[in-house]
Design a protein around this ligand. Sequence first.
Ligand SMILES: [Zn+2]
Length: 428
Amino acid sequence: MISIRIRLLILALAVSSGFDARADVPVPARVQNPISIEEAWNVVRLVTTNVEQLLREQRSTEVVDQMSLCSPALRLIVRTPTPNLDQTQRDDQTMRAARSINLMARDSMAGNQAGVEAVFVEWKKCLQELGVGFDAKVLNGEVFHCVDHPDVVFLEAGNLCSECQRKLHPRRIPYSFVYVEPVSPSVKVTANLSKEIVPGKKVEGKLTMRNMKGEPIKKDDLMVTHSKEVHLIIADSELQDYQLTHASPAETAGDFTFSFTPKMSSNYRLWVAVVPCATGLQEYVRIELGNSKPETPLPASEPSMVVNVDGYQFQLTIPKGSRSVSSGKAGEMQMIRLRVTDAQGLPVTVLEPFLNAFAHVTGIYDDQKTVFQLHPMGGDIISEQLRGGPDLSFKFYAPRAGTVRLFSTIQVGGKSITAPFVLRVDPK
Ligand SMILES: [Zn+2]
């Protein structure tokens, strides 16, 4: 089996929280408000590095999501006494730092890259002043946490989670909660199927995951996203059959099992989506199954933003100010809205959560090298009783121009329904 890797994108985890009026800003669920000064500086340090990266990539609209994490940290930092600092100085620094957070948030939401850059310089200056009197170990320390129990936090390595005995990992905050550019892969995966692919016949499969040193990647080494460690996108090379599933840890360390029932005759490929704890970044490893030819691009297709499946209508729109546009734009964060109506055109309000979301959207570029996944804004849906619809909004960042097949999966009455869209992404 050949494994080609592409690596990408997303986290759309979010709970609301934050400083004063910023409750609408999504915050990754794993970053709890700090309760120790070390945790506070850790957040500030990671976020500041992330903002630098976003500004380098001209993605100032996402800076607000990062900065919203800093407010609780700043409150804790300014309450912590440091020697040789009089209160007036401290008050002044605090005010300037809080002001920088607010200004960066404002300019970020307005898409004002130059504005964010200017305030960011001031923010770094404030941090330097605020850091005076703190030990370097406090300023630069790692925070170790459990990826399942984010309130289990240690300041030194080597502990196990008191709740689940899982290994703790250094806390990582991804620089984007929407799309992360490919970096060098950290996971190697091979796949074995129990038998040949025959349409309509269930196949069992085994994945073997190794890190770059060849050591097994265990369940504990992977973050849980949408309630699973390993998500799988399975599709035939023409993208006629698309399935979203997951793999479960097997007894042997580094092995994960899955099964699926193919609809087509062969030429399947599989994208293994994982977030290694070591990096905190989403990776997609592409694996060719059977005779699939990795470099065969899809035939050209016309954009299609309205799709009818199983008596439901799915409509995609991209709101832009007071109107909507019919294509995405590369290199910019945008919103996509999905609306689901029934055969009578009535809004569907009974979308059921599965894997902690009312919908899962996978985007695959026509050359099948870039994959991304989107989840509705508003955070993980933990309660099975909740229902969603008819409108779901997604933050969306297309890394480049081209044609993207978007597969949007919902669940109604225990049955999952997938609508295939074709989206054009224009150059920046
Ligand atoms: Zn735990």
